[in-house]
Design a protein around this ligand. Structure first.
Ligand code: BES
Ligand code: ZN
Ligand code: ZN
Length: 501
């Protein structure tokens, strides 16, 4: 798909589908209740008879398609609502651009143009251009790559039509949007791969190829190195599978640094989670190929970091394994010794993500991390607690949370903080080892998982994202097809940029 930013007159632009945004201005007394976000008289005139009919209300994501619009070179005019004017935000623009592309795709219209909206002063042009570009590119992604006759047909050309007076801002936002969306779509493509294709070794190959193409260094290790490092928790999980584990280490070194921060991105890369000996029910187990979405988010984020070149050192540690039941699998009751030296009583082999991350987080610290962030499809309990619209956010450091919140505000991703305070530590005490890998009872399972991770980060500022509920979506949303969402990629990259200041 070729997405471009063009500075042409929208009315004269030859395209099968021209998109313009409409805002609901009902709360503003002196203006008609709906306005198109363009000053282009020909477009306003072409749309007027339809808009005046009152059938279209400009609700967010609503669409109205007009054929042969009078006076325009476009074959069709698509009007996409962005909701109430006072609520207009980058989030709404991203969704609206996505709605335009998803509408075009369902009608097999594979060439389209979008008129960059006329904005109030309170909306930043760079941010708007970035959000629209992200919406366009994220909406183009579909997951049916293994269908012989693909229903999805990727868009061929999309042009964002801007005004030359805003050229510099539009270009900067467009470029950023391309980088962020490509990273997120790359993560989605990894998450979409089935477990038989994307083994830990294959994940290592894909990460290495990305690094090679983007000037990052990358090492992929396996069992021997894990033994050398004493990663007993990670090895415990991996030992049940014939697929060897992969410890992937990616590094970004900036030309100039703004500070001495070393940011570490740690990802859970379970390429398939059967639950192991504590096996999961058959129903829905197929989905457990997405148990490497945290790893994919970090690999995607590293791709964006390589392109954006923030002035801070970044490393990424991915712990990838397959969690299988077998004669060699670890068992409930086993005691594992983590790289940090802590001993862990395994109560449930399905609580494997925290085990691989325990060694990944500790290892990242030995590599010099001053800030840690991890993403993981860690617990079903987090989905029970927050539903599917927010990911869990846990931390040992309020300042790190504040910076992460800034980042997530920029990217419009939703995270909700849950407690991770020491009073919960009681719940992961073991009778025979330092800690156990599940809580005493079934309550607060997302928190006990976070408490377990906290044991391995010490005093290093750390943010843990539990993305179990958001990494895979069952119903398509405005700009995201059903399937892998690529959640957290944008916010992780943005957080790194904040830490580069
Ligand atoms: N990969 C799962 C968590 C998960 C659940 C991800 C649903 C995506 C959707 C994780 O390894 C797991 O199985 N966790 C257990 C922990 C329990 C055994 C303490 C869970 O959440 O049930
Ligand atoms: Zn599990
Ligand atoms: Zn898992």
């Amino acid at each position: 798909m070729n997405a471009s930013l063009q500075f042409s007159n929208a009315a004269e632009f030859v395209t099968p589908l021209l998109t313009v945004f409409a805002v609901d201005t009902a709360s503003k007394p002196d203006v008609p209740s709906l306005s198109l976000l363009t000053t282009e008289e020909t477009i306003l005139a072409a749309a007027a008879p339809f808009l005046n009919s009152g059938e279209f209300k400009a609700e967010a994501g609503g669409t109205l398609l007009l054929h042969a619009p009078a006076g325009l070179k476009a074959q069709r005019l698509l009007i996409v609502g962005v909701g109430k004017s006072e609520k207009l935000s980058t989030a709404e623009l991203r969704k609206a651009a996505g709605a335009a592309i998803r509408t075009a795709k369902t009608k097999s219209i594979l060439d389209a143009a979008i008129v960059f909206p006329k904005l109030d002063e309170n909306l930043d042009v760079v941010a708007a251009s970035r959000a629209l570009t992200e919406g366009i590119l994220l909406a183009d992604y579909d997951a049916d790559t293994y269908r012989s006759e693909r229903e999805d047909r990727s868009m061929q050309n999309i042009a964002l039509l801007g005004d030359t007076s805003l050229r510099a801002e539009l270009e900067s936002g467009f470029h950023e949007g391309e980088v962020f969306a490509a990273a997120q779509n790359f993560a989605r493509s990894l998450v979409n791969e089935p477990g038989n294709v994307l083994t830990p070794a294959e994940l290592g190959k894909r990460a290495a190829a990305m690094c090679e193409a983007n000037g990052l260094s990358c090492e992929v290790h396996s069992t021997e190195k894990l033994k050398e490092l004493g990663m007993g928790a990670f090895l415990g999980v991996a030992q049940g599978s014939v697929q060897p584990p992969a410890l992937i280490v990616m590094r970004y070194k900036p030309a100039k640094v703004a500070n001495n921060n070393v940011v570490a991105l740690v990802g859970k890369g379970i390429t398939f989670d059967t639950g192991g000996i504590s096996i999961k029910p058959a129903d829905g187990m197929d989905k457990m190929k997405y148990d490497m979405a945290g790893a994919a988010a970090m690999i995607g984020a590293m791709q964006a970091i390589a392109a954006l070149k923030p002035a801070v050192a970044v490393i990424s540690v991915i712990c990838s394994a397959e969690n299988m039941p077998s004669g060699s699998a670890y068992k409930p009751g086993d005691v594992l010794t983590a790289m940090s030296g802590k001993t862990i009583e395994v109560m449930n082999t399905d609580a494997e993500g925290r085990l691989v991350l325990a060694d990944g987080l500790h290892y990242a610290k030995t590599l010099g991390a001053t800030h840690l962030i991890n993403a993981a499809t860690l617990t079903g309990a987090c989905v029970v607690a927050l539903g599917k619209l927010n990911s869990g956010l846990f931390s040992n450091d309020d300042a790190a949370v504040a910076l992460f919140r800034n980042a997530a505000n920029t990217t419009n991703e939703s995270f909700w903080q849950l407690p991770c305070t020491d009073d919960y530590r009681e719940l992961i005490k073991s009778d025979i080892a330092d800690i156990r890998n599940t809580g005493m009872d079934r309550w607060g399972g997302a928190i006990t998982a976070a408490m377990f991770l906290k044991e391995f980060v010490g005093e290093t500022p750390w943010v843990h994202l539990d993305i179990a509920g958001q990494a895979w979506i069952d119903d398509a949303r405005s700009y995201i097809a059903k399937g892998p969402s690529g959640v957290a990629v944008r916010s992780i990259v943005e957080w790194v940029r904040v830490l580069a200041q």
